[in-house]
Design a protein around this ligand. Sequence first.
Ligand code: G5P
Ligand code: MG
Length: 210
Amino acid sequence: MSKIIVLMGAPGAGKGTQARLLQERLGLPQISTGDMLRALRAEDIHSTQTSGKLISDEVVIRLVRERTEQDDCKHGYVLDGFPRTTAQAEMLEKLAAAQSNELIAILVDVPTEILEKRLTGRRNCPVCKEIYNAYFKPPRVDNVCDHHPNAQLERRSDDAPEKVHVRLQTYENQTRPVLDYYRDSGRLRTIDGTREREAIYKDIAAILNS
Ligand code: G5P
Ligand code: MG
């Protein structure tokens, strides 16, 4: 039975960082609804993302359904940033059943005070998508990717301090109930997300092997 790994966690918890490692090392495709929505380059979606609020369930559910039908998802996949509402979680149950996939939810747990610095300090390489942090993981040369000397790092529009606040609140109001849902059905594993990324990866790999 293939696995659907649902990486849960507040904005800035490290879902994207860990999903990228799982993709590189285990070959499991990373399905990041945030990245997919940004790639659409649609003005209304972009402005909602920038505001820190959620895109409609209908749009996001359609994206996930279409993406998971592709061949590379046959042997499982990693969801990063989905589900974020109870309606999305219900849709995922149906999808998992139809695909005969087992679902494991892993919460990468990080306190709010740390999240704020992680988000406002975050910078991404536009070429390889490597994630840096001005405070915790700066590139060797200021604002330039270590792997792409011609690439200036970019900052997400929703990483501005006032947007970060809205995102954290949206998470509390709309995504917390999803955590409760997985916890109540005995499928939520929680790991301490305040450590180094390799230590966190090790815990995730151990959960997947158990
Ligand atoms: P996204 O794109 O899903 P968020 O807000 O959930 O955005 P975000 O900000 O992408 O989540 P992350 O992926 O959890 O955070 O974290 P990350 O990028 O890997 O790491 C964040 C920072 O922490 C970086 O600076 C990194 O260096 C540092 N860091 C990472 N790991 C570690 C570690 O182990 N140790 C240390 N010390 N530091 C670390 O969603 C964006 C928007 O898209 C829409 C919404 O509008 C949303 O606001 N959207 C959806 N709308 C509706 N439904 C959905 N399902 C939607 N999905 C996206
Ligand atoms: Mg992310």
